[in-house]
Design a protein around this ligand. Structure first.
Ligand code: HEC
Length: 132
């Protein structure tokens, strides 16, 4: 137990280090994997929007501050909560978001840390930064 909480403390310390979560990096990831549908500004007007049966939602209104649904968004990106529009259980982004195995902690509901891969942490940090 003690071991476990020490590991967690170390992780949290690490995630507090500079550029653990990088909105700039996340913006580039968004441009590459998401903007075709959700638009470069995340407002849902990507070039593919008009050929899709489902309208890609505006991602700038998911919620601000503590209301941002971190866990839900993480699960929608990594495919644990499959969206058919993202390729269902085999997301069209492939395995890319599994990262390099060195997970980082994101503050989740009630401040509880959620461990995610670095690309997902960056992407979620970018999405949080564009909430209006
Ligand atoms: C092929 C087009 C396409 C791509 C690429 C795509 N999305 Fe989506 N996304 C959609 C559509 C369409 C929906 C709506 C799905 C539904 O309502 O079932 C959606 C839904 C979502 C939702 C749920 C929003 C809500 O209001 O509940 C999130 C979050 C999301 N996408 C994030 C992303 C992220 C992050 C990426 C890049 C990693 C991405 N999407 C890439 C088309 C796409």
């Amino acid at each position: 137990m003690r071991h476990h909480s020490m590991a967690l403390a170390a992780l949290l310390a690490l995630s507090g280090a500079a550029n653990a979560q990088d909105a700039g990096e996340g913006g580039q990831i968004f441009a590459r994997y998401c903007a075709a549908c959700h638009g470069t500004d995340a407002r849902g007007n990507g070039v593919m929007a008009e050929v899709l049966t489902l309208v890609p939602p505006d991602l700038t209104g998911l919620g601000q501050g503590a209301d941002f649904p971190v866990l839900q968004v993480v699960r929608q990106i990594d495919g644990r909560d499959p969206l058919l529009a993202h390729g269902g259980e085999m997301p069209i982004f492939g395995m890319w978001f599994e990262g390099d195995g060195a997970d980082v902690a994101l503050p989740g509901p009630g401040g509880q840390p959620i461990l995610v891969s670095r690309p997902i942490a960056d992407l979620v940090t970018f999405l949080i930064s564009v909430q209006s």
